[in-house]
Design a protein around this ligand. Structure first.
Ligand code: NIG
Ligand code: FE
Length: 408
């Protein structure tokens, strides 16, 4: 057996089982043509195994490359003033109503050049890469006009290409009603449906369409129209659902066959049942919950009962979750929402891949899947969840090519 890359004496965190880490102690893993071609106990490695490059893990732990399946990572400007305002008692909704919030970032993002937007966003992507992240979903939604939405998505694509990270673009035109459509949200929805969606599709810059279903954004009927059109055009669909109140939107996206319902703090039992029947993933975003001082937790126990896959993501954005640490989210998903360490790691590997429709390519250590890998210098995979703010990722690979190599 000849391979390009061979890990030996490395503990493997396969994440292939529905529960637990799927550990293989003192394992070996071989990579050919960017894919995993063999894995198992080191002692069972075929005698004729040869590789261009061999790495002795020395007892370190190899996990699937981490997947951040919900980010708004591309933006310009800064909203730390809103952080201060919220500490002084103002709510996210009241700040949004007075010209702050999403619209404030829309102003700065519209004004930024492609180059400035790239330079402003790249450090956030680098933060994620240093933690072993190899796939990132990036949404538009701070442009709301077609030119800026496409500018954001092309910056996202270029970020992926220049950093060797897999980037999945998502069009989020229905993030907020832009001021030029004040009081005319139905007209804006019409523009999204007839103008934006076909052009975003033609650009090839996004594989999914998302929307924000909430009283401060779009109602269920508007969301249904946008996402039905998106599906007809061949996009995957997903939704910012039941974040601040129960609008039944997690159920709505499940009925539409959506990949994921995201936030879901207020999702009802009926919505959980719909998600369970449709295999819609619940994407938990503890950073936004924490920043907004939310107290209503997502219904984790109901998700477990209904066998709803739970993903965990940063929601990296300038307002509700200025966070570019997925490892911190793993910890917070355990402490704030009660996930077990293996559930939280599944949330950033196997289930996050499912939330992006990529479960047949990434998210597990399995023969035939892409060799997206992260190496951690830890005693046990549960350490990844237990550590607060410590990054023990020492290297990562994307499709077998080295991505991160300690210290950089
Ligand atoms: O996921 N909820 C809507 N969108 C973002 C917040 C965006 C912002 O405040 O800029 C979120 O929390
Ligand atoms: Fe979000």
């Amino acid at each position: 057996m000849t391979s390009k890359l061979l890990f030996r004496h490395t503990n493997l965190v396969t994440m292939t089982e529905a529960t637990g880490f799927g550990e293989i102690m003192d394992g070996a893993l071989a990579v050919r043509d960017g894919k995993i071609c063999w894995l198992g106990r080191d002692s069972e490695l075929p005698k004729d195994a040869k590789a261009d490059h061999e790495i002795d893990g020395g007892g370190a732990w190899l996990t699937p490359g981490l997947v951040d399946c919900h980010t708004h990572l591309v933006w310009a400007g800064n909203r730390a003033d809103e952080f201060e305002r919220r500490l002084n008692g103002e709510s996210y909704q009241s700040i949004a109503a007075t010209g702050g919030g999403i619209r404030s970032t829309v102003r700065t993002t519209r004004a930024a050049s492609h180059e400035d937007l790239f330079a402003h966003s790249a450090p956030r992507l680098k933060d994620l890469i240093r933690e072993g992240v190899t796939t990132v979903e990036i949404k538009s939604g701070y442009g709301l006009d077609l030119d800026t939405e496409l500018k954001m998505l092309s910056v996202a694509k270029r970020l992926g290409e220049t950093h060797n990270v897999r980037v999945e673009g998502t069009y989020l035109g229905a993030h907020a009603v832009p001021w030029e459509f004040e009081g005319r949200s139905d007209d804006y929805v019409r523009m999204i449906r007839h103008d934006h969606l076909p052009q975003v599709r033609a650009s090839g810059l996004a594989t999914s369409v998302d929307a924000f279903c909430e009283s401060i954004a779009f109602n269920s009927s508007q969301v249904r129209k946008i996402l039905s059109d998106a599906k007809r055009l061949g996009f995957n669909v997903k939704l910012h659902a039941d974040q601040l109140s129960d609008s039944g939107s997690a159920g709505l996206i499940a009925e539409m066959g959506g990949l994921s319902a995201d936030h879901v703090e207020y999702a009802s039992e009926a919505s959980v049942r719909a998600m369970s029947s449709a295999s819609t993933v619940a994407v938990l975003l503890p950073g936004a919950y924490y920043s907004l001082h939310e107290s209503h937790k997502p219904p984790v126990e109901s998700f477990r009962r209904g066998k709803v896959s739970m993903a965990v993501a940063t929601d990296c954005n300038p307002g509700t979750s200025p966070c570019s640490s997925l490892l911190l989210m793993v910890n917070m998903a355990c402490v704030l929402f009660g996930l077990t360490p293996s559930e939280a790691l599944a949330g950033t590997t196997r289930c996050a891949a499912q939330a992006l429709g990529l479960a047949d390519r990434i998210g597990r250590l399995e023969v035939g899947l892409e060799a997206d890998l992260a190496l951690f210098d830890i005693d046990h995979p549960r350490d990844i969840a237990a550590n607060i703010g410590a990054n023990r990722c020492v290297a990562s690979w994307r499709a077998g090519s080295q991505l991160h190599s300690g210290g950089t």
